[in-house]
Design a protein around this ligand. Structure first.
Ligand code: BGC
Length: 268
């Protein structure tokens, strides 16, 4: 288990209504933390525990419980999964254990947490909600697309802050190949691609997305966005692209926003 400090945005202590709790379930780590819902900042340290292998629903629920117990949190909880989630039910499992498909994850987590209310949403949708409100998209009106470039590619689409859930642009076919098999950060690492070569692939994906929905801004997230200065200037698509700013807390923050009912979105 590890704790990591996060920057303090210095807005005075939040009241209890202003505090939410989110958990972000990723392929390598499960992270949770308290969120100041007025600013999108984490309150104190987040807790990260390695994702169990295999990451079956029971094993993940056990880890989620450990994190919730650590904070002694008693309210509604938002939890992300790297999957399409509709009405709490998991629909896909591109990069997670197939046993999640068809599961009512919201009910399962709630049962593992002694009945606490749980809201489950797609990981990129959570990051998009947070980045749009508090991060790279906070000055932007209109249509914002967030892409997380990690093991796979996740996507979120927001129009004036309202989320269109479960867009899954990572699985768009781009010139005969799935977008995430072309341009995820994992592809760059596996093939040892230069920034120039990999950015060409990212540009191809962005062009398909902008031809489909003409966004006003594209935010790129995932660990590789920390190195955005090296590759964002190399992109050749037409829509402005900016790096995510909340980095590895975006999923936690977006999950907490959903659980607190602080999204203009229809709950996914
Ligand atoms: C999944 C998405 C997820 C993304 C990032 C994709 O393979 O289909 O649901 O958001 O990976 O984790």
């Amino acid at each position: 288990m590890s704790s990591e400090s996060t920057p303090d945005v210095g807005s005075g202590p939040p009241g209890s209504q202003d505090v939410g709790f989110g958990i972000d379930v990723g392929g390598t780590g499960i992270k949770g933390g308290l969120v100041d819902l007025r600013t999108g900042a984490l309150i104190g340290n987040r807790v990260k525990i390695a994702t169990p292998t295999p990451a079956t629903p029971d094993a993940v629920a056990g880890t989620v419980r450990q994190i919730v117990d650590k904070f002694q949190w008693q309210g509604a909880i938002g939890i992300t999964l790297p999957a399409v989630v509709r009405g709490g039910i998991v629909q896909t499992a591109a990069n997670i254990d197939k046993s999640w498909i068809g599961l009512d994850a919201a009910a399962m987590f709630s049962a593992a947490l002694d009945g606490l209310p749980v809201h489950v949403l797609n990981d990129a949708d959570a990051a998009g909600l947070a980045e749009d409100r508090f991060g790279g998209g906070r000055e932007q009106t209109g249509v914002v697309v967030l892409l997380t470039l990690g093991t796979g590619i996740g996507s979120a689409v927001l129009n004036d802050g309202v989320l269109l859930p479960n867009t899954e642009f990572g699985h768009l076919e781009v010139d005969g190949k799935e977008a995430e098999h072309r341009a995820a950060a994992s592809v760059r690492a596996a093939k040892d691609m230069s920034w120039h070569h990999w950015t060409k692939e990212v540009s191809r994906v962005l062009k398909v997305i902008e031809n489909l929905i003409s966004p006003d801004l594209i935010i790129v997230g995932g660990g590789i966005s920390r190195e955005g200065a090296k590759w964002i200037p190399l992109l050749t698509n037409r829509t402005p692209v900016t790096a995510a700013t909340l980095h590895n807390s975006a999923g936690i923050v977006g999950a907490a926003m959903l659980a607190a009912g602080l999204t203009a979105a229809v709950a996914p």
